[in-house]
Every structure is written in structure tokens, then in C-alpha cells.
Write a protein that binds this ligand. Structure first.
Ligand SMILES: NC(=O)c1ccc[n+]([C@@H]2O[C@H](COP(=O)([O-])OP(=O)(O)OC[C@H]3O[C@@H](n4cnc5c(N)ncnc54)[C@H](OP(=O)(O)O)[C@@H]3O)[C@@H](O)[C@H]2O)c1
Length: 386
């Protein structure tokens, strides 16, 4: 590991550096000196040593502010004949996971619960009755909210999905964000090569997955993100992923400018919204007749999704919603496996993943950095180094 920086100014310049890079980058946060240490990619898998059979995790016994209700837990485990033990490698911290802990998400795990929904691990032990998994297989949770902020996951075979051995950093994000992007590109309108998609929140992991998948599938993207302090770097990062156009919210509000841009492209048939606020009516007014605007997130808290009624009446614009958990509940395991295989085929080798890793025991520090947005465009993950 190489220590790179230790104060906020340097952090910001490092952020610029990773935003400009078209490769994955993984850094580990060191709370002792507030520094970020670079980890060589692809990340090397590590497995627990010894036979202690102890798992450590972050749990909550009442819903509320994650900083207040989450605490470390530890217990000895054993597996039954119908169970598998998974050594979790990386588990991410996603906006919905925090909403689940707060009790503001439609999924309400039975309490006490271990936090976390997304991540991947390696099977280390299998019970006598297990038929389709063996030690060394890579898996992701097959159900929501199984509790991935943990060193281990004890589960039945049908609760897990075997995945191809792609780059570990990509496996860490495979469960939720790329499938969300993939479904939205496939399920709402019949996109043909050369068609355009308009989206906000383009720097989110879903937004970046949309850009990458769209460009590989032959679609064009018109992308918006917040200007912030690193707009040129964000723009470069998104263009490197395959974005055709990247603009700021200020530019979206500029009617004259948008009119000129839309005149030069085919009007987008698909709109993707994870923010809300002014972005939705402005984006909707750029869309093609019979276009579909899909809302899948509400990053701007308390916002409404509203459009000019004329767009619904005269342009036949549709407003729809997407929730991956609902898709998972209504589709078979085989359909999900086929989708994951296709995603790994398209994105597994070179979709750039930017991670900021924390030890599970430093959970609250990770959370504070997340709330202060100090991780920048990196996804926060808990890394189990055993
Ligand atoms: N419906 C589903 O099935 C589903 C599945 C997955 C995710 N989601 C939702 O999709 C959204 C993105 O998730 P993710 O995991 O991809 O996020 P993420 O990678 O954690 O994205 C974080 C980025 O969002 C941007 N952001 C934060 N607040 C914003 C705001 N108020 N306005 C505009 N941009 C803002 C910031 O980028 P900048 O600083 O560059 O602006 C930030 O870096 C979330 O709302 C999540 O809940 C929904």
C-alpha cells in the first residue's frame, strides 16, 4: 500500500486525479492519520484463517439515525446441513441501506438486524445437503437486506446467487446498481441503436452504469450532474465511460442553450431520474413524443416529481417508476442469473469502479464521511481483510 495524502486539500486533488482516470481505483481510509492509502487493483481476495467461527457485524435493534442505532456485534456461528458460510469480501454503503436502518424504506427487516444489502463473498463452508455451491464459489445475496455489513453471511443455498469470478471491485457493486441501469434500459421503451437517453444524477453509480451500458449497446446519452467544484473532471470521467454529452443543472435551466442542443440530436425516448426537483420538468421538456420518464431515486430529499401537463396531454409522455427489489420479486432466479451473466460480460472487464474502503469496526467514521460527502465520487465499502 502507498500512502498518498493526508489533508482535505490533497484529498480534493486526488479526487480530481481519480475522476480523470478511466481505470478502477480503490483507496483504504486510515482513521489514525486521516489518510487514504491506495490499494493495487484488481483487489486480491483474502479469506479467514483458523477455525474460530466468529463473525463480526454492524447491527441495530431499533430503527432510527444510523449513527445512533448501529453498533458492533460479534458471535460464534455454526452452519447446519442446509446452510453455507460465506466470507464476505466487500459490502457497500448505499443510500437505500441507510433509509432501511432509518425505517424510511419499504423493506423493514425483523429486529435486531444486521445492516447492509449489497456485497459479495466467497463460500468457505457448505453443509451436508448443499448441492449447487462449493467452497471457493463467489456469491452475492439473492434476497434483499440479508445483512452484508458483516464478516460472514450464513445462508441457505437458495438465498444466494453464484456469480462469475469478475474483478472483485466489480463484484462488490454487481448486486444492485448495474442491474438497475440494465433493467431501465431494457424494460420501458423499445430502444434501437442510435436512440438517445436523458438522465440526471449521471455521476451516481447507477448513472455511470447507464452511460457505460448504453454506449456498449449502441445508445446515446445526454447526461446531467451537479456542477460542484470538479465539474470538468466529472465531465471527463463520464465522457471516458462513453457519455455523448455532459451538462450541469445550470445549463439544463438555460432554455436557449437546451433548445440548440436538442435541435442537433434525436429527442430522447427514455428519461431517467434519481434526483427530482427542477431537473424533471426541464428534462421532460426535452423528450420525444411518447417518451417515458422513469423515476428510480429521490436524492433531493422532499422533492416532488412534476411536469408541465401539456407534455402528458399533447406529447403522450409517460411517467413511470422502477424498483429493482420489485423486479427481483417478480422474476425467476434464472432470469436474474441470465441478466447478471450479461452484465458481467459487458461490464466485468473494464467498467471503472471507484471505492473508498473502511474496516467494519470504523463504521461510524465511514458513515460520517458519507454524510459529509468526503468520499467524493467513490462508493464507500466495508472491506474484510481477515
Ligand atoms: N429504484 C431502485 O431499484 C434503485 C436501485 C439502486 C439505486 N437507486 C437510487 O439511485 C440513486 C443513486 O444511487 P447510487 O447508489 O448510484 O448512488 P451513489 O453512487 O452513492 O451516488 C452518490 C452521488 O449522487 C450525487 N448526489 C447526491 N445528492 C444529490 C442531489 N441532491 N442532487 C443531485 N445529485 C446528488 C452525488 O454526485 P455529485 O456530487 O457528482 O452530484 C454523489 O456522488 C439513489 O437515490 C438510490 O436510492 C434506486
Amino acid at each position: 500500500m502507498l500512502t498518498i495524502l493526508s489533508n482535505n486539500r490533497l484529498q480534493s486533488s486526488y479526487l480530481n486525479k481519480i475522476l480523470k482516470s478511466s481505470l478502477s481505483s480503490i483507496v483504504q481510509y486510515n482513521p489514525r492519520n486521516n489518510s487514504l492509502n491506495e490499494i493495487t487493483t484488481p483487489y486480491q481476495i483474502k479469506l479467514p484463517e483458523g477455525n474460530e467461527n466468529v463473525m463480526n457485524y454492524m447491527q441495530y435493534s431499533k430503527r432510527g439515525n444510523p449513527l445512533e442505532v448501529l453498533s458492533c456485534g460479534k458471535h460464534k456461528y455454526e452452519i447446519h446441513d442446509d446452510q453455507v458460510c460465506v466470507a464476505l469480501q466487500m459490502s457497500s454503503l448505499n443510500p437505500a441501506d441507510l433509509n432501511t436502518v432509518e425505517g424510511r424504506y419499504p423493506i423493514k427487516p425483523e429486529l435486531p438486524a444486521i445492516g447492509g444489502n449489497c456485497g459479495f463473498g466467497v463460500v468457505t463452508q457448505v453443509g451436508k445437503n448443499i448441492k449447487n455451491l462449493s467452497s471457493g464459489d463467489w456469491v452475492i445475496p439473492g434476497k434483499v437486506a440479508m445483512g452484508t455489513w458483516s464478516t460472514h453471511l450464513i445462508a441457505e443455498e437458495q438465498e444466494l446467487l453464484k456469480i462469475p469470478k469478475v474483478r472483485p471491485e466489480f463484484a462488490s457493486i454487481l448486486m444492485v446498481n448495474p442491474p438497475t441501469a440494465y433493467r431501465m434500459l431494457h424494460d420501458f421503451t423499445n430502444l434501437k441503436k442510435g436512440d438517445w437517453i436523458i438522465q440526471n444524477g449521471a455521476t451516481t453509480e447507477v448513472g455511470r452504469s447507464v452511460i457505460y451500458l448504453a454506449s456498449k449497446l449502441g445508445f446515446h446519452t445526454l447526461n446531467f450532474c451537479r456542477k460542484g467544484t470538479n465539474f470538468d473532471s466529472k465531465k471527463k470521467m463520464l465522457k471516458d465511460l462513453g457519455a455523448d454529452l455532459v451538462l450541469s443543472g445550470e445549463e439544463l435551466k438555460n432554455r436557449k442553450m437546451m433548445k440548440k442542443i436538442i435541435k442537433n440530436i434525436e429527442k430522447p425516448k427514455l428519461g431517467l431520474n434519481c434526483v427530482g426537483d427542477f431537473w424533471v420538468p426541464k428534462m421532460a421538456s426535452c423528450m420525444a413524443k411518447k417518451g417515458v420518464m422513469v423515476t428510480y431515486g429521490g436524492l433531493s430529499v422532499g422533492t416532488k416529481v412534476a411536469v408541465n401537463p401539456g407534455l402528458l396531454i399533447f406529447n403522450d409522455l409517460s411517467l413511470k417508476g422502477f424498483w429493482l427489489s420489485r423486479w427481483v420479486q417478480t422474476h425467476s432466479r434464472r432470469e436474474r442469473e441470465i441478466m447478471l451473466e450479461h452484465i458481467c460480460e459487458i461490464m466485468g472487464n473494464d467498467f471503472p469502479v471507484h471505492l473508498e474502503c473502511h474496516n467494519l469496526t470504523n463504521f461510524k467514521i465511514a458513515l460520517k464521511r458519507y454524510y459529509s460527502h468526503l468520499q467524493g465520487s467513490r462508493k464507500i465499502v466495508f472491506l474484510n481483510q481477515y
